[in-house]
Design a protein around this ligand. Sequence first.
Ligand code: FAD
Length: 419
Amino acid sequence: MSQRPTNWAGNLTFHVEHVQRPASIEELRKLVARSSRMRVLGSGHSFNSIADTDGDLVSLSDLPGDVAVNAHTASVTVPAGVRYGELSQQLHAAGYALHNLGSLPHISVAGSCATATHGSGPTNGNLATAVSSVDIVTTDGDLVTVGADDDGFSGTVVALGALGVVVGMTLSIEPTYQVQQIVYDDLPVDALDDHLDEILSGAYSVSLFTRWQASSIDHIWVKHRTDHDEWSGGPSWFGATRAEEQRHPLPGMPPEYCTQQLGVAGPWHERLPHFRLDFTPSAGEELQSEYFVARSDALAAIRALDRIRQRFAPVLQVSEIRTIAADGIWLSPCYQRDMVGFHFTWIKDAAAVQAVLPEIEHALAEFDVVPHWGKVFTMPPEAVRSRYPRLDDFRDLARSYDPAGVFRNEFVDRYIFSD
Ligand SMILES: Cc1cc2nc3c(=O)[nH]c(=O)nc-3n(C[C@H](O)[C@H](O)[C@H](O)COP(=O)(O)OP(=O)(O)OC[C@H]3O[C@@H](n4cnc5c(N)ncnc54)[C@H](O)[C@@H]3O)c2cc1C
């Protein structure tokens, strides 16, 4: 008997017996037209049931398609299933770059954008903000293109897979650039009281890593663009000490799995992700959660989490704090607000993690906390829905694309459509 497919983390077994892999757009369109229930699987890196279905689960991994750079419009058109790792290499070779990347290059472009995946940086919107047009196979098998000037575009990119099968996307690009990655160890927590904003906006992309165990932040990861100002941080930055050796965010994991640090300048796609494409990212054995609050509440939220750290630290591997710029995307957690994300890499013990999540969500409730669409959370659906002022617009859009709900699943019904 064949084993049913799982997500990357292995914490979720999909309901289907196997994933269907059409080899052409025509085959995909026929598959869609005759399906009564369907979801698309990207690279399967989400930690919850967002991609699951009791109908057809389809992967675009066998679809042909090329990455096509258009220098005239400063854009690139990509097959939706391409991974950021491969796309970035081709873009850099052609002399171009994206504005940002997530912590790992292994994830697909369409799947990442569908869940508002982000990197870090006070002026960097999430990865979906680079999208200027989307090609979608809709429920009757038609192929439609929706551009930034079309009605409803703001609901189209971060759509949780609920509009149809995204087969192509066009993304904004810029000339390729170099980044230096510098890690600082042991930031005294007192520095956060007076300097949190300066630290988080001190470079193009900044991440704080902490295990919430001591009176210091374990590491600051600074990613500095060399075409911006000179990197001014010396051997010490806000009381943290510049690392003389390569680091991994997780204690005990091989540092060589991470992209080059130590201030050695290199291409954007070999510095912006924390993890290298040719190695397992993060721990492998893990679960993840992430919660967003307004950046103006960042310090108060850190204090709120610090007050309950003894409750969640025992099941935590490491936590990452980073910033994401506001956008106008209806289902983006950063809709019209600059946000800070509190990410948690947990041990792979679902019951233990489920037990601490409500405490974290409670501690952050006063800040109108929003969960990451692709990670583990326990917030009630009505609380999640209340964070999205354009929810009704998205519902109308989804119904106009898919009146029969072919592309819905239990997750989308629960967090978007139920009242
Ligand atoms: C080790 C690790 C590190 C991570 N780091 C980050 C990080 O730095 N920042 C961050 O924000 N997140 C991060 N994540 C979360 C991850 O980026 C998201 O879960 C993202 O959705 C993964 O993309 P995917 O292609 O695997 O999507 P999947 O999990 O496969 O799918 C996600 C959703 O997209 C839909 N979808 C996928 N492809 C299509 C398509 N072609 N058409 C329509 N719908 C589609 C699916 O139906 C599903 O609803 C991390 C995850 C892991 C495992």
